[in-house]
Ligand binder design. Structure first.
Ligand SMILES: [Zn+2]
Length: 72
């Protein structure tokens, strides 16, 4: 029974870590014309980026003037 509880605990922790990362990590194109940040690194909008793709946080991206991408 203790083993079952342990397994359930690891499962909960694992899903928490999995769900918490995408909410905060975003990707931006470091270009003067880029205005959007993307939750998904493979977003079609990000594939057009000819500059460096930078991983940052949602808060940081918003402070830099980026708004959320609506393509994904
Ligand atoms: Zn996007």
């Amino acid at each position: 029974m203790k083993i079952l509880i342990l397994i359930a605990g690891i499962g909960l922790l694992g899903s928490f870590v999995y769900h918490s990362k995408p909410a905060d990590t975003v990707y931006v194109c470091v270009s003067p014309t880029a205005k959007k940040f993307h939750y998904n690194k493979s977003c079609p909008g990000l594939q057009n980026c000819t500059h460096e793709i930078k991983e940052t946080t949602k808060v940081s991206a918003e402070k830099s003037g980026y708004t959320v991408c609506l393509k994904e």
